[in-house]
Design a protein around this ligand. Structure first.
Ligand code: NDP
Length: 239
């Protein structure tokens, strides 16, 4: 039997690309979204639609999902993964960076859920997996706005889970600790990047995107009547 459509935001690198490879290997048709179209295409996954979409543009997001559903059938799983981590000291950080993180990490995640929920509820099946963070569970210095976005992701996901549970739709949250990706590289303060890198070395290194992808697949592949509400996953050495 053919597998249903999985939509992955932020699939051009890191965790999203790792999830895309896993889902594709399991036979799912994919809609992969990000701004760097060439990086999506470079993964060369079969049965996959790649679209250059800024997830903060809800019309573009809905348009791409509609296009993929016309080709592959209804979306069964949305992985809300696209995210930005711009670390900074609250006293000196440019507020534009706070706005960018809330736009991508929080508002775009809401856009994604809104785009798929009506269809999932009407079919009485479907799964949304939101990528939060250990920074959505505990605080870290220089992470004020980022932690704020990830606490929001956890709270939003858990609220929507309750709202749609009776319609048979699952909402799950995964909270990774430090993962080896390009996420840190967007922070503008070299001092903060260096401190983060030293901390990562001091805990014996981070987990990798494949560790997160394997866990997401475990969550999704449970029978539909089982909802793994939240998983925290981090390197053993991370406190
Ligand atoms: P990457 O920087 O490798 O990936 C981020 C992805 O988000 C990219 O594919 C990027 O694509 C996409 N993205 C960013 N902004 C937009 C936008 N406006 N529209 C569309 N896509 C966008 O980092 P990770 O893989 O580490 O991050 C993935 C998720 O995991 C994020 O939500 C992050 O907060 C979370 N996370 C990461 C941890 C880590 O230590 N790495 C730990 C805990 C959580 P493009 O630039 O092509 O648009």
């Amino acid at each position: 039997m053919s597998k249903p459509l999985v939509v992955i935001t932020g699939a051009s690198s890191g965790i999203g690309a790792g999830i895309a490879k896993r889902m594709s290997a399991a036979g799912h048709p994919l809609l992969m979204l990000a701004r760097r179209l060439e990086q999506l295409k470079a993964l060369q996954l079969p049965n996959t639609m790649c679209r250059k979409v800024d997830v903060t543009d809800s019309d573009a997001l809905r348009g791409a999902i509609g296009e993929a559903e016309a080709q592959y059938g209804p979306v069964d799983c949305l992985i809300n993964n696209a995210g930005k981590m711009l670390l900074g000291n609250i006293e000196t950080q440019n507020p534009a960076e706070w706005r960018q993180m809330f736009d991508v990490n929080v508002l775009a995640l809401l856009n994604g859920m809104q785009a798929v929920l009506e269809g999932m509820k009407s079919r009485r099946t479907g799964t949304i997996i939101n990528v939060s963070s250990i920074a959505g569970v505990k605080s870290f210095i220089n992470h004020a706005a980022y932690c704020g976005t990830k606490y929001a992701v956890s709270a939003i996901g858990e609220t929507v889970r309750e709202e749609v549970a009776s319609a048979g739709v699952r909402v799950m949250t995964i909270c990774p600790g430090a993962v080896e990706t390009e996420l840190l590289s967007h922070t503008t303060s070299q001092e903060i990047i260096d401190a983060y890198s030293q901390w990562k070395a001091s805990i014996g290194g981070a987990v990798n995107a494949e560790d997160i992808a394997r866990t997401v697949m475990f969550m999704y592949s449970q029978p539909q009547y089982v909802n793994i509400r939240e998983i925290q996953i981090a390197a053993t050495g991370q406190s």
